[in-house]
Design a protein around this ligand. Structure first.
Ligand SMILES: Cc1cc2nc3c(=O)[nH]c(=O)nc-3n(C[C@H](O)[C@H](O)[C@H](O)COP(=O)(O)OP(=O)(O)OC[C@H]3O[C@@H](n4cnc5c(N)ncnc54)[C@H](O)[C@@H]3O)c2cc1C
Length: 447
């Protein structure tokens, strides 16, 4: 029987779960190549999930086991699909291609002044503090700034707000690079204002994430009790949503607690729509109107403004794309171009369903994808080429592929860097450094 070969684009949770489930569920021999544009696997588990959420990050242990213990499963890092290898080439080399490349862009607010220095996407801020190799180390300077505003009421907005007030000692217990710890240590920001367009009942972050804010010892969390007097629409929402009711109860506790006179403050402002940023070259303020009463407006001074209103997928050459939703259109995870199914091309994760859900949501999503892939391929014989054939294409183009062993060498260097400073790990953040370590790992011992 011929071996079915599948390409998975992206090694974040959706790509990793897809690869795992393909190898587990297939009844016939299967090989899976997982590509990632970065030299490192795990997508947003490494570069999104907050550094002070080690329990969530520990899912990488189980992904690692899958990569190490599954015959026929390979990691091909530092390969950007669309640039190094075209979609049509993948289709020619594999029986099926699953796109699981996430949502790397962000939604903008579309208001005047958004171009000003200091008005930034939360995505860039997160990537910066996580040591993402695409973000320069000096992308954010927090020294001299006093007030930051974070626009949005999701978990990512709260991650950013929490990171802005975290104590340096707390950060030194995480894996973020030392220059980032130092940038936070130099920060003079003592107030973060989290701005929501709607009322508190519609906040999207979880109760757990909000409780975590209340536990940051250096910081007061301020909720105006008047904001908790809900209108009919918010009350109806609470009646229908137990999670919103739980969160509202915690808001009430925070409002009752009030200020404890701590050094820093995170203040929540609800029912405000940003309409303009002010400043000459750098942001100095943000004008807000009351969402429920747009004739009333106010201006807040701000030295940094992070917009956190949603991640967005990115079009990839040759792949259909829905600009409105920022996703690749699909039916039962099969990519569609208008009404037509694009044979052999599938999607999983954020690029399929948009930027929502926790890491585990991507397992269920990947299972749907894998079910469709396996339904389609069991019908026919494999027409794929071989691992050697795709390796030859990459070698011919001079692509510096980081395989699983090379990634493990990068990881070992991070753990060694951590040990040197009493930390479990310190992330490498310069792509060239990672590639150098990867290249050394490829040299045979007797060479
Ligand atoms: C800031 C932030 C914090 C979060 N915190 C939590 C949390 O605490 N708990 C939780 O459960 N969930 C959290 N999430 C959600 C979780 O990270 C996502 O559900 C999950 O990562 C989505 O998985 P994905 O595989 O679809 O995308 P991603 O994780 O983004 O993975 C996509 C991968 O594709 C690669 N890629 C992109 N383009 C290409 C290309 N052209 N060629 C090759 N590879 C490519 C990328 O490098 C990346 O590795 C958080 C998300 C964010 C943004």
């Amino acid at each position: 029987m011929s071996v079915t070969r599948i390409a998975v684009v992206g090694s974040g949770p959706s790509g990793a779960y897809t690869a795992q489930l393909l190898t587990e569920e297939s009844e016939s021999p299967i090989e899976v190549d997982v590509f990632d544009r970065l030299p490192t696997p795990f997508g947003l588990v490494r570069y999104g999930v907050a550094p002070d959420h080690p329990r969530v990050k520990s899912i990488t242990t189980s992904f690692t086991e899958v990569f190490e213990e599954t015959p026929g499963l390979r990691f091909l890092g530092n390969v950007q699909i669309g640039r190094d290898v075209k979609l049509e080439e993948l289709r020619a080399h594999y029986d099926a291609v699953v796109f699981a490349h996430g949502a790397p862009l962000d939604r903008s607010l579309g208001i005047p002044g958004e171009h000003l220095q200091g008005v930034e996407a939360v995505r860039d801020f997160v990537s910066w503090y996580q040591g993402h190799p695409d973000q320069p180390g000096d992308a954010f300077a927090l020294e001299g700034a006093r007030r930051a505003v974070v626009i949005g009421l999701g978990n990512v907005a709260l991650d950013a707000a929490r990171m802005l007030v975290r104590e340096t000692d707390d950060l030194r217990r995480t894996d973020i690079p030392e220059h980032i710890v130092e940038a936070f240590a130099a920060s003079t920001i003592d107030e973060v204002v989290v701005i929501g367009r709607r009322g508190p009942a519609f906040a999207k972050f979880t109760n757990k994430e909000f409780i975590e804010l209340l536990e940051v010892e250096s910081t007061d969390v301020i909720i105006d009790p008047a904001d908790l007097e809900l209108d009919a629409e918010q009350r109806a929402h609470l009646d229908a949503d137990p999670a919103a009711r739980r969160l509202m109860a915690t808001f009430q506790k925070a409002a009752d607690r009030g200020s404890l006179g701590r050094a820093k403050t995170i203040r929540f402002v609800f029912d405000r729509t940003p309409v303009e940023f002010s400043g000459d070259t750098s942001v100095t303020g943000i004008r807000l109107v009351h969402t429920s009463e747009p004739s009333v407006s106010e201006t807040l001074e701000a030295d940094l403004a992070l917009r956190s209103v949603g991640y967005l997928g990115k079009p990839l050459d040759g792949l259909p794309f829905d600009k409105r939703t920022g996703t690749v259109p699909s039916r039962d995870s099969r990519v569609v171009d208008g009404d037509d199914v694009v044979a052999g091309v599938y999607v999983a994760g954020w690029i399929k369903r948009g930027p929502n859900g926790v890491v585990g949501t991507n397992r269920k999503c990947a299972l749907e994808t894998v079910t469709s892939v396996l339904e389609d391929i069991t019908a026919g014989e494999s027409r794929a080429s071989s691992a050697e054939a795709i390796d030859a294409v990459l070698a011919e183009r001079g692509v510096d592929v980081v395989d699983w062993n090379a990634w493990r060498a990068i990881e070992a260097a991070e753990i060694a860097a951590g040990a040197a400073s009493g930390r479990e790990r310190v992330k490498l953040h310069v792509r060239e450094d990672m590639l150098r370590i990867a290249a050394a790992a490829r040299v045979p011992a007797h060479a």
